[in-house]
Design a protein around this ligand. Structure first.
Ligand SMILES: [Fe+2]
Ligand SMILES: [Fe+2]
Length: 247
């Protein structure tokens, strides 16, 4: 079977200001580069996940910009809010409330969560965790991919604010469903890494706006390259290809 590809775009941080920058990088130009890449590489039937911090300032203009850039590349678009996405996030054309679930390719089940808490901090609420407990029953026959914006685990050196509250309960839940495989996708760090633990693989996807490094908790620019993840959900495992596009 030909597997359909899921593309993950995170942290575009678009602003109402065409010259809006993040650490000196013009975010709209970065988003346009991401669009060009996807236009050249995405195929009919693929899906696109915008994994939070779509906007930087929650402005109507920033969301209209995101729609015009990414809204017509594929017809299957999923939105997940980040800490920079506020009330106007709900005006996006493809908005549907989180948490929600849907079937993915090859027997995978997809779950999209809202991990927003106070300010930059992330939180998986009681309601979200109990939703997930029901969406992933103990006798689940599926493998599961879970998408939310904030960090679930942190590599050393840690320090980035945003390690999600409730993340330990989430890990406990998925470890208890030991007959299934889980892939957890987060963003927010503007850094990409992946590792496995038991039946789980964790993936932090890089950002479209710019990549960070950390001096303690303070993010600094490490690279103006853009990163986009290409994920294929196969029979019992996944393949992830990180596309890093330098200027
Ligand atoms: Fe971000
Ligand atoms: Fe964020």
């Amino acid at each position: 079977m030909v597997s359909k590809t899921t593309w993950i775009v995170a942290d575009t941080h678009l602003t109402r200001d065409p010259e809006g920058t993040l650490f000196g990088v013009v975010v709209r130009i970065q988003a346009e580069r991401a669009r060009s890449f996807l236009e050249a590489n995405a195929r009919k039937g693929d899906s696109l996940v915008l994994l939070g911090d779509i906007s930087n300032d929650d402005s109507q203009e920033s969301y209209r910009c995101a729609e015009s850039l990414f809204g017509s590349i594929v017809s299957d678009i999923e939105l997940v809010p980040g800490n920079h996405d506020g009330q106007l996030f709900e005006t996006l054309q493809f908005f549907r409330p989180c948490p929600r679930s849907r079937p993915g390719p090859n027997g995978w089940q997809f779950h999209f969560l809202d991990s927003r808490g106070d300010g930059e901090e992330g939180r998986l609420s009681r309601r979200t965790l109990s939703y997930l407990g029901e969406a992933i029953p103990a006798d689940t026959k599926h493998n599961h991919a879970i998408f939310f914006h904030h960090d679930c685990l942190q590599p050393f050196p840690a320090g980035r604010i945003g390690l999600v509250e409730g993340g330990n309960e989430l890990v406990e839940l998925v470890l208890s469903r030991s007959t299934s495989r889980f892939a957890i996708f987060c963003a927010h760090r503007h850094q990409s890494f992946a590792f496995g633990l038991g039946n789980i693989t964790f993936h932090s996807v890089g950002a479209v706006s710019c990549q960070f490094e950390f001096d303690g908790e303070i993010p600094q620019l490490s690279s103006p390259a853009i990163e986009i993840s290409e994920v294929r959900f196969l029979d019992g495992h996944i393949s992830v290809h990180r596309h890093r596009i330098d200027q």
